[in-house]
Write a protein that binds this ligand. Sequence first.
Ligand SMILES: NC(=O)c1ccc[n+]([C@@H]2O[C@H](COP(=O)([O-])OP(=O)(O)OC[C@H]3O[C@@H](n4cnc5c(N)ncnc54)[C@H](O)[C@@H]3O)[C@@H](O)[C@H]2O)c1
Ligand SMILES: O=P(O)(O)OC[C@H](O)CO
Length: 417
Amino acid sequence: MPGKGESHAHGDEQPVSVVALHRHPFRVTVIGSGNWGTTIAKVVAENTAQHPHLFCKQVSMWVFDEKVGDEMLTEIINTKHQNVKYLPNIDLPTNLVANPDLIDSVRDADILVFNIPHQFLGRIVDQLKGHVKPHVRAISCLKGFEVGRKGVQLLSSYITDELGIQCGALSGANLAPEVAKEHWSETTVAYQLPKDFRGEGYDVDHRVLKVLFHRPYFHVNVIDDVAGISIAGALKNVVALGCGFVEGLGWGNNAAAAIQRVGLGEIIKFGRTFFPECKVETYYQESAGVADLITTCSGGRNVKVAKMMAKTGKDAFEVERDLLNGQSAQGIITCKEVHEWLDTCEMTKEYPLFEAVYQIVYNGVPMKNLPDLIEELDSFVTEDDDLSGSDLSRSDLSRSDIADAAVVDNEGPLVDA
Ligand SMILES: NC(=O)c1ccc[n+]([C@@H]2O[C@H](COP(=O)([O-])OP(=O)(O)OC[C@H]3O[C@@H](n4cnc5c(N)ncnc54)[C@H](O)[C@@H]3O)[C@@H](O)[C@H]2O)c1
Ligand SMILES: O=P(O)(O)OC[C@H](O)CO
């Protein structure tokens, strides 16, 4: 949401107060170059060029390199200044430099912006260990969870734990193709100052992050609730699959709205149950909340994949491959992660929509059963839905307590990192 005195007009103005910096400018690297990775790199590079006192002008963008025609994608980006595979027909700033070498791309960075499909995060983070500067700060633009030995984790917490660096998140109603075309939208950045914060003007804080991400066409609100925006961003992808199923079956807008209603309830319940630090108001006040649910269910890749599944009878992975040209529908993986976590907690019945989506995607349960699956279990949810009451005795156990118990049972992590 725009700050006091800012306008929503799409113009060239930069309604962000300038930060006085007492150190050398921050150097920024974007890790990832897919549809959203490239779009956010464009946003960031436009801002670093506009604020040279605060940021080094050149922005590095790590590319998981591949051949496109006869040329490497990195080479094409650096000569044609377009990501012809993942963000075609969008001109990129010339101060955005693609780099296929992960370690080299982060070597001097002060701010890392993670932006890859979340199933690849574990391997990327492993490679980065020992190669980032000690006081580097990070923002995760990924939507998903890590489910492993520590239970269900926010991706920002996973990055913090694995690399020992402070990490916030950016999430909002942001379909990349629209942001890339500079059509106005809003987003939410969430960041908490670390214990070793070096002081205003010396370190990354809310004002620095606002200047880094805010554009006249991309309005940023910076808050503290990293958990709230991350949970909403991850789980709306699962809801979007459900929405796509009923739309693909031709059931229309009422059915889609019903899925979103149930989905929003499950998102909020999941947050309050497993991440009590998140704030309920984030879900309705921030772009990262219900607004992202609406946009994703209207025009996102998850809804497109699910619609095509309904129309063709093909499985999720086949449709993703046929439809998305290398891009990822994150809900396919997230619904499995959520199922594994809820199963560990013996709570699948309390999240009927999430469970139904998982069963449809992975176990061939017919999509037309969705209303019954939700209805049947909904009564169970309403009986036990007082989140402030004793039914939440499981929240007395930490997420890692539950995960530890599961690891003993299973003799291994729930999902490999
Ligand atoms: N695209 C959007 O509209 C959008 C908007 C907001 C948030 N997000 C989130 O941003 C994150 C990144 O999404 P995206 O749209 O940039 O990616 P994408 O879906 O376009 O995925 C393609 C990218 O994955 C990379 N890739 C493929 N195999 C890889 C591997 N083995 N290791 C590392 N990288 C590999 C490709 O090189 C390419 O850069 C996701 O979590 C997504 O949910 C996306
Ligand atoms: O295209 P989707 O479904 O991955 O959604 C994209 C964004 O997350 C919308 O904010």
